[in-house]
Design a protein around this ligand. Structure first.
Ligand code: URA
Ligand code: CA
Length: 434
């Protein structure tokens, strides 16, 4: 087989066979196929797409390029959740203990934040002592013991994806639905869960800006799951503004704890209950999402969800006393308020700019090597649709530097105020099932 023939075949809009896809993914991972040929192939995929069968084969070859985690010694049906990435997306911090508390095992591998989006691992490290470097045996033991463990992504999973993603990043081929879908699904499949719930974000702050693209991405990923025998479903949720109020690591931990007590922001709670209900159903612990939703609500109200959070923080070496006193995690030296300059209704809060403002304070990483400051970030006081008076607080800034004029400017750019009343956006746009 020759790579040039496969490039031409894709260029001419023909579908590749399983063997051809294996040849190019494994050959590229081993360094036998050069970057320039793979770059050309990726650009052909960008324009010509891939069939559902090609996408499934492509995904499974990425899975086979590295280690695959065997979770079969964890009792029960393991359900993973993945979000396509957003700003202030605190859902995993809530969902892992919440779903675990009703007896569904959650074996979660998470990433660190990069750019304007945060990572669950960084947020959890707000608890002094919490560690995420755990080997597979210990990971399985922790999940069997507490129903929940959240650890760092193993470096040995999907090496093909690492190489392909780095190449896509510099060749204008990131934004291709089959390539995004196979990249995300390969990592979920390699990390060993039986079923997958996807949170596909749509809106200005997301990868997918339109409902049409979000639906296409959701359908492509659900189809991959079906094709390879992992039950998969997707919720399409709004990212036209940040989720909840808090953006920043310890601030989001506090927001997650409030939500586990049933006292969190309504949008964050609704999304967590929606995603959580589907996880509980896929795990076979409830017949309908409504039944599952009541189980989860009850766990919030009777303290079980919070207790599960404490157990799993403690089991991974974290100081769980902060679960009862999360305000003590907020050690930023200064707080400042950004105020509205006119009366009206909030019509826009660009999630990307809010994420960038948090990053400028030190809550996120500009590069992979950057150190982050866990205490800093932003708390939104107004969301889209709220009425506002001149001089009212839009956002509180938590900072460790005394001058934040650059951040204030960014926040002001993110907000728009209209004279006319504005409808708050719908949070759950659609559900895509196999
Ligand atoms: N996230 C991924 O993991 N891969 C992509 O290609 C895009 C987003
Ligand atoms: Ca949030």
């Amino acid at each position: 087989m020759r790579m040039i023939d496969l490039i031409e075949k894709k260029r001419d809009q023909k579908a590749l066979t399983e063997e051809e896809i294996r040849f190019l993914v494994q050959g590229y991972t081993r360094g036998e196929i050069p970057d320039y040929q793979m770059a050309s192939f990726l650009m052909a995929v960008y324009f010509q797409g891939m069939t559902p069968e090609e996408t499934a084969h492509f995904t499974m070859e990425i899975v086979r390029s590295g280690e695959q985690i065997d979770l079969s010694s964890i009792e029960g049906i393991k359900v993973d959740k993945h979000s396509t990435g957003g700003v202030g997306d605190t859902t995993t911090l809530v969902l892992a203990p919440l779903v675990g508390s009703v007896g569904v095992p959650v074996a979660k591998m998470s990433g660190r934040g990069l750019g304007h989006t945060g990572g669950t691992i960084d947020k959890l490290e707000s608890f002094p002592g919490f560690h995420v470097e755990v080997d597979n045996e210990e990971f399985i033991r922790l999940v069997n013991q507490n129903k929940v463990a959240v650890i760092g992504q193993s470096g040995k999973l999907t090496p093909a994806d690492k190489k392909l993603y780095a190449l896509r990043d510099v060749t204008g081929t990131v934004n291709s639905i089959p390539l995004i879908a196979s990249s995300i699904m390969s990592k979920k499949i390699a990390s060993g869960s039986d079923a997958i719930v996807l949170d596909v974000k749509v809106g200005a702050g997301a990868f997918m800006k339109s409902m049409e693209d979000a639906r296409k991405l959701a359908r492509t990923m659900v189809e991959i799951g079906d094709n390879v025998g992992r039950k998969t479903m997707a919720v399409i949720s709004d990212m036209s503004q940040p989720l909840g109020f808090a953006v920043g690591n310890a601030l989001e931990v506090k927001e997650a704890i409030d939500t586990l007590k049933g006292k969190g922001p309504k949008d964050l709670e609704e999304l967590c209950l929606t995603l959580g209900s589907h996880m509980v159903c896929l795990a076979g612990k409830a017949q309908t999402p409504e039944e599952a939703g009541s189980m989860l609500k009850e766990a919030m109200n009777n303290g079980k969800a919070l207790e599960t959070m404490k157990q799993f923080i403690r089991a991974q070496g974290g100081d769980d006393r902060y679960v009862d006193h999360p305000e003590q995690l907020l050690t930023a030296k200064y707080t400042m308020e950004v105020k509205a300059k006119e009366d009206g209704y909030i019509s826009e809060i660009t999630a990307n700019e809010i994420g960038t403002a948090a990053m400028m304070l030190g809550a996120g990483r500009a590069t992979k090597e950057s150190e982050i400051d866990l205490a800093v970030g932003l708390v939104l006081n107004k969301k889209i649709g709220d009425s506002v008076r001149n001089g009212e607080t839009l956002v509180t800034i938590y900072s460790n530097r005394s001058s934040v004029t650059d951040v204030i400017e960014k926040v002001e750019q993110a907000y728009a105020i209209s004279k006319q009343p504005v409808q708050p956006p719908v949070l759950i746009h659609d559900i895509v099932q196999g």
